[in-house]
Design a protein around this ligand. Sequence first.
Ligand code: C5P
Length: 235
Amino acid sequence: MRSITNPGPRIVVAVDLPSRGQALELADRLDPSLCRLKIGKESFTRSGPALVEELQRRGFEIFLDLKFHDIPNTVASACRAAAELGVWMVNVHASGGRRMMEAAADAVSGFKRRPLLIAVTILTSLSEPELEEVGFTAGLAATVNRLSNLTQASGLDGVVCSPWEAAALRRNLGDDFVLVTPGVRPTGSSVDDQHRIMTPRDAIGQGASYLVVGRPITRAENPEAVLRSIASEIV
Ligand code: C5P
């Protein structure tokens, strides 16, 4: 397995762009030795595995952010397909439960360069009342904690979390657990629709393993320059 002690580039650029052409154009302006790329549901639904393969050919490692959530057999098969595609990281919803996560971990375990397998605990878009409405009544922090513990106990590599949750999770779950944090904004850049943001340097200081950064890079006049500046901030 690829070890967290040699994590490679810590910046993961969220390629939330509507077309394959735009995604490739952005990739041409970025250096794969400084970042990985995150491909989400929109890009994947439009452009499919071919886009992932094209980006991998250009030297980028890919976080396939499809947040699988289904019965164990289906999620395991999807994770195996992601491993066959050669992605660096893939994710599932922790609320799919222990058996689903164990099946996913088992499905990728035999691959020589297996993807890191991480879980989303609670979507950060959900407010406390909305969380309660869907039946999670223990409160946000307790639920995130509970699902992070379950993720680790189920044999996964880590979770997606807010940089504001990273320090506590790092303390509870140890140095080897992967923490992937969106909601990162370089000083002076637009907050967009994110709420609880943190600078790249602070997020790493709180224990984040990888930083997901989208619009500050993808919408910049010079994406490469912003990427370089973030990379130099966190060395
Ligand atoms: O453009 P921005 O830096 O806000 O992009 C952040 C990326 O991380 C987006 O792809 C967004 O969907 C994703 N994300 C997030 N918050 C989460 C989980 C994922 O912002 N809790």
